[in-house]
Design a protein around this ligand. Structure first.
Ligand code: ATP
Length: 282
């Protein structure tokens, strides 16, 4: 019998960079939030072989696809007899700051753990996730969480309100490495207040959440792509209550009271050459 899993995208409600580690990674503190936008993975058992097909948003189906990397990692525990036929349908824009690849990898780990009856617990899956990428651990459970370390140390938070989210993904992608290279740790500008954002979410106060949106990578990506400033202003003018870039960008999101309002703004806003999507926090 086959399995079907949803792999949800995330946005960053806050993102702070604390230090640079000797290995080149950065210590971060960020509030991660799953949104309704998701890819879909369908998988069924196949002896020995792992075969991946992809549809939707264009992304490689080759060996560097994170779904295949996750499957191969788990196959080391399952043994060579275990294989799978996996179809990935991509809706999440690629190289967008929405953890598209990471969430697919997390869904592959969750799904194949079941398909191959491995019985691995969350702790074991988190260890494998950390080998695949900093955001994969969060994507295993999703929801709302504070992520520290390089993103793999998670403190779950109570579910946040289902605020609406308007996403704007410009035609270009952004290299996360290039953004971090452009970051001056001695001059990060305004920093997020994590406890204040946690409190705002718990109160369900959208204006307070909006006021606490903060991402120290935003000014770096804005310098590389000044057109993002116009997108931010357009989202604000269109009625979004708070606007921020997600991750290292370039996707910019705007928050609204609910999904319906996000849908109306997404339909109304005219941003040629951008992909505009409506979602909500889950
Ligand atoms: P993050 O927010 O975690 O930094 P992102 O949204 O910026 O991630 P991804 O969409 O995960 O970026 O894509 C980053 C790179 O990963 C791309 O260059 C892409 O080719 C590669 N990649 C490998 N597998 C996948 C996948 N299943 N989906 C999307 N990208 C993938």
């Amino acid at each position: 019998m086959g399995l079907r899993l949803n792999a949800h995208a995330k946005i960053n409600l806050t993102l702070d960079v604390l230090s640079r580690r000797p290995d080149g990674y950065h210590e971060v503190e960020m509030i991660m939030q799953s949104i309704a936008l998701h890819d879909t993975l369908e998988m069924e058992f196949e002896p020995k072989e792992i075969v991946l097909t992809v549809s939707g948003v264009r992304v490689t189906a080759g060996q560097d696809n994170l779904v295949l990397r996750a499957a191969r990692l788990l196959q080391q525990q399952a043994g060579p007899e275990a294989g799978a036929r996996i179809h990935l349908h991509k809706e999440i824009p690629v190289a967008a700051g929405l953890a598209g690849g990471s969430t697919d990898a997390a869904a592959a780990l969750r799904g194949l753990n079941r398909l191959w009856n491995l019985g691995l617990g969350n702790e074991q899956l988190v260890k494998l996730a950390a080998q695949l990428g900093a955001d994969v651990s969060f994507c295993l459970t999703g929801g709302t969480a504070v992520a520290r370390g390089i993103g793999e140390i998670l403190t779950p938070l109570p579910p946040a309100p289902a605020f609406g989210v308007v996403l704007v993904k410009p035609a270009f992608g952004v290299s996360t490495a290039a953004v971090y290279r452009g970051l001056d740790l001695a001059d990060l500008g305004r920093r997020p207040d994590t406890p204040a954002m946690v409190g705002a979410l718990q109160k369900g106060d959208l204006d307070l959440v909006a006021r606490n949106l903060c991402n120290v990578l935003e000014s770096v990506t804005l310098k590389l792509h000044p057109e993002l400033q116009t997108i931010k202003e357009r989202l604000q003018e269109a009625g979004c209550r708070g606007v921020l870039m997600s991750g290292s960008g370039p996707t910019v999101f705007g928050l609204t009271a609910d999904q319906k309002t996000a849908g109306e703004i997404a339909r109304r806003i005219n941003l040629p050459e951008c992909r505009v999507l409506a979602a909500f926090m889950v």
